[in-house]
Design a protein around this ligand. Sequence first.
Ligand code: FAD
Length: 413
Amino acid sequence: MATAVIIGAGQAGVQCAFSLRQNGWEGRVILLGAEEVAPYQRPPLSKAYLAGEMPVERLSFRDLAFYESEGIELRLSESATAIDRRDNFVITSEGDAIAYDKLVLATGTRPRRLQVPGITLEGVGYLRDVADVDRLKSAFGSAERVLVVGGGYIGLEVAAVAAKLGKSVVVAEAAKRVLARVTCPLVSAFYERFHRAKGVDIRTSAGVLEFKGEQHVRSVILTDGSEIDCDLAVVGIGVVPNEEVAMYAGLEITVGDGIDVDARMRTSDPDVYAIGDCARAPNPFADGVIRLESVANAIEQAKIAAASLCEKALPAPAVPWFWSDQYDLKLQTAGLVPRGTGHREVLRGEPDSGRFAVFYLVGDRLVAVDAINSAAAFNVAKRIIGRDGPKIDDALLADTDFDLRQLLANAAA
Ligand code: FAD
């Protein structure tokens, strides 16, 4: 019977292991995970778990007995260090050579490092793993002044938690606005206002030049010349894909942007697949190849790879989506927010009410939505994006008296 080896026991790797069984894979499934704890979900790390509102047990996808009952050989604290593609085996940090018939790379990403003086001072850290957050949580106790470097979703979520805990919080963002990579200026401006109203000092066009301190961080010098006192600094300036194992195995990658795969999640070697944050895949909603960093994408690609390995029909492409929780704001994004010009933005609702949506349209088609505390706008848009149907009237989208569900009747499958 054939053996499937999965490298990386995160969201994508775990889903792939279970989906292989659901698709009838009868051979061995070996799941290698570099971390020592049972596989867990990351989104709460910068939200409820960081805030101390969620116990560690609730992070796990499943208890360890479940892997056993599914016949999944979970090997924790064991990394793949090399792949021999000629003889189809994986070398691990334990010195084992594990033979595979099919191999799935689900290695995820790691935080982009900030290269500035003082980055190694105590009290300066990143946030990716549960171990990072456990360190941060204990530092939160004594910290009074928290600096967050990077105004992306993770940085802003950390800022929201720190503000709720009564800390004095500064966010330093190098770009002209927060969330510049992922949303439109209107949504960025809303989040900047909301955070400021909660007492968070948001500084834009302000990169970090240097952290200062003897052993522990004491302050930071920003590119705008200011010096800010802080006793804890959390750096969230994006991630880089863990693509090195693939690269050294001679698989095609786009350096710095992940492992290249086709629509079946197959790499340049038909026995090797890549999924989740580390994979660059064709995406019908992107009109091209893209690497996405989201739970929904990790799950979807895992299901595609599992179906592909089991030679089953592939699931239909799903609309990409994402969420972020800050204070009592739930942002839900469906579709891929277009960049630059060439699209229209239609606002529904009043941002200052804390409940609104921005729809993104290209020609007659709805391509994305950012919905803030507007689950209905998100749910309707998610079902319409990518479908053919009559032209969507901008005025109806903007009209809060119009029931958006009526649009569903017009959208063809
Ligand atoms: P990961 O979950 O990163 O898993 C990869 C695993 O592979 C890791 O455990 C790693 O240790 C392991 N690994 C790497 N190399 C090796 C090796 N050589 N051998 C063995 N194991 C290896 N997404 C959302 O949609 N909504 C959110 O609100 C959201 N919030 C987030 C908050 C935080 C703090 C973080 C960090 C991420 C968040 N995300 C969110 C993103 C989401 O968690 C990721 O997109 C998702 O986890 C990707 O799954 P993955 O399996 O591809 O990668």
